[in-house]
Design a protein around this ligand. Sequence first.
Ligand code: PGA
Length: 255
Amino acid sequence: MKSGRRPLVVGNWKMHGSRAENARLVEEMIGQYPPAPAALCVVCPPLVYLQDVARLLRGSAILLGAQTVCADAQGAFTGEVSAAMLKDVGCSYVIVGHSERRLLYRESDQAVARKFVAAQSKGLVPILCVGEQLAEREAERTFEVVARQLEAVLKLASMESLASAVLAYEPVWAIGTGRHASPEQAQDVHAFIRAQLAARDAKIAPLTRILYGGSVKAVNAAELFAMPDIDGGLIGGASLKADEFIAILSAARAH
Ligand code: PGA
């Protein structure tokens, strides 16, 4: 195991599925679940199916997460769902700051930071996504962008809170494109993120899980997960096929 960090594989179903399709997917996943995987496994269905999927997962080792959360605790926020509500229906994880939320729904670094804090305050593990767009990579601004996104969270949250949180490096140009970062490209950014954490607290930095996301498939998972600072994956498209997702889960080894 990498410095005691048990790998984690998270399926982000995005806006896919139906009650019937989810039931089939979960049944297949449970049927193929390896006896003692090295990695923890989480699935994040659309909000409206959380309770249903929680019931389907009961008795299995697969944990439940949500794809987003409201930064506020309760009140007049039409359409929003709070961290306490997610906890109430059985979630233990929540993705915050996914690039689709940042870009399509204009979530700012500050809004993402508030969501991170709201999630942790109710006992959810936030999975904080960071990552650069293609133009930013081409302009060699990857580290600057990732540092800015991380910094916004560290302004509101303590370094201690990072020990139990999860980070996910997701280069936007690799999401849903079939073009994943090379293991070396990903490792460079993961090592940068860990160094940013270590500069603040050298004891906490080795504890934080940093996942890679962006076109992870069964064929490329093992080489990505073998890198020293990659502690598992955030999986989109490939999490919708049970055999593919379970193969990715099995590729995560305790190093
Ligand atoms: P992808 O999505 O695996 O389909 O590239 C990853 C994500 O958006 O989390």
